[in-house]
Design a protein around this ligand. Structure first.
Ligand code: NIG
Ligand code: FE
Length: 412
């Protein structure tokens, strides 16, 4: 199938020298091409160029972009979008003054979602998750990482990861799966955290690996959840099965999680609301991508990570939605990019880079996703004509995304 898109006002996010991520000041330089066309063949980008050059190219389908812009799909490298039900009762608790930690201590939070997930069939879980997948695809996401972590028993963690596998098989999105057994200590193990960590290492991880259900391993390394020592043990155990780490770190406290992630060669450390010069120093020159989740800081009313300091220090940063029922019930990556500008003073160009190429890096797919480049997967969206690229995240609730293409085919 050959798809030709013509009359594109501007192609945004063109690849720069085959780079798998962009760091520091590089993030602010956006490569664009005005008045353009793009050809996709067999689901990959085959060519693009200035209008006129497409004359004579044969295609099975020709789409007129009407002068709108073409953006590479968002790459959302951190979500928990497989979950059962929703948690708006906790939304009310929060409005009434309870903190995230207080809600968790009362057995709400993650454990609440685990109870619901336990009672929900795999089929129903898939159905609910697919509604969210269709929602994020329509909002421009073309690659997504999805975590387990609402199972907290071997059987239920496997159930979640099988749902993720089915999403991967049945949708045109690029999907990566992360095993997050150490998201919270299961209710049955209350007061026996060490035994729960044993269960994660000795039973869950081998079972997940046996079925080949995960690409990555994650730990919620934070105050009130898992310690640095436990995190390092789980990362080391995951590495034995070939699973690279992506760590929840420094959301609630200066946890040491960032340094632990860097030491263990984690692909990303995520959240980072509580970091300072030491953590930024540890990330300098590392392969680990710091990933910021401003949607969670927004929803929980917390401080935002110091994105400007990080970029000034030369780090690349990624943005992700953290789509989950407790701290970020939205997978809208465009809103995430807007929040990054509004609350963390990232420029629109930096935010888009962080939500596409650097996000792709943070989930290990930036060879194929995250920018417009010949040979990369043809997952992109078209907008209405806009006065500038900046308008896209400035006019943050105007419905600007008109058409979505995943692997060279129109979605929806
Ligand atoms: O990324 N921080 C840990 N986990 C999720 C929240 C999960 C929940 O509350 O259900 C997060 O914010
Ligand atoms: Fe998360």
């Amino acid at each position: 199938m050959r798809l030709l898109v013509r009359n594109i006002g501007r192609i945004v996010g063109i690849e720069r020298e085959g780079r798998l991520r962009l760091c520091g000041a590089e993030m602010d330089r956006m490569e664009t091409l005005d008045d353009a066309w793009l050809l996709a063949d067999g689901g990959r980008i085959a060519a693009f160029g200035r209008s006129g050059g497409e004359e004579g190219i044969a295609a099975d389908r020709v789409v007129d972009a009407g002068g709108g812009m073409l953006f590479p799909s968002f790459c959302d490298s951190h979500t928990h979008l497989v979950y059962a039900g929703s948690r708006e009762q906790e939304f009310l608790d929060k409005i009434n003054g309870l903190s995230y930690e207080e809600i968790a201590r009362r057995g709400g939070g993650i454990l609440n979602s685990a109870d619901r997930l336990h009672e929900t069939s795999e089929e129903e879980l898939f159905r609910q998750a697919m509604e969210r997948v269709r929602e994020i695809a329509a909002m421009g996401t073309g690659a997504v990482e999805i975590k387990s972590g609402y199972g907290l028993s071997t059987e239920d963690e496997l159930k979640m990861l099988r749902v993720v596998r089915r999403i991967r098989q049945e949708t045109p999105l690029e999907v990566r799966a992360t095993f997050l057994g150490a998201h919270a200590v299961a209710r049955a193990y209350r007061g026996r955290q060490g035994e729960y960590v044993d269960l994660v290492c000795r039973e869950m991880l081998p079972a997940v690996a046996r079925e080949g259900l995960a690409d990555f391993v994650d730990v919620f390394c934070d105050e009130g959840f898992f310690t640095v020592a436990e995190t390092e043990r789980i990362i080391a155990e995951g590495a034995r099965y070939g699973l690279r780490a992506k760590i929840h770190a420094n959301e609630l406290a200066v946890s040491g999680g960032v340094q632990a992630g860097v030491r263990c060669g984690a692909l990303s450390v995520d959240h980072l609301e509580r970091i300072g010069a030491e953590e930024i120093g540890a990330l300098r020159g590392a392969e680990t991508m710091p990933t910021l989740l401003p949607g969670a800081a927004f929803f929980l009313g917390m401080d935002y990570p110091p994105a400007r300091e990080m970029i000034r220090a030369g780090l690349g940063v990624a943005l992700a939605s953290d789509y989950n029922p407790g701290s970020s019930p939205s997978g809208d990556m465009r809103m995430v990019a807007s929040l990054a500008s509004i609350r963390m003073r990232m420029t629109p160009a930096e935010a888009l880079c962080a939500a596409t190429l650097n996000g792709a890096y943070a989930m290990g797919v930036s060879r194929d996703f995250g920018s417009v480049s010949v040979g990369k997967v043809a997952s992109f969206f078209l907008t209405r004509p806009m006065p500038s690229v900046e308008f896209f995240t400035y006019a943050y609730r105007t419905p600007l995304i008109e058409r979505v293409f995943l692997r060279g085919e129109e979605f929806g």
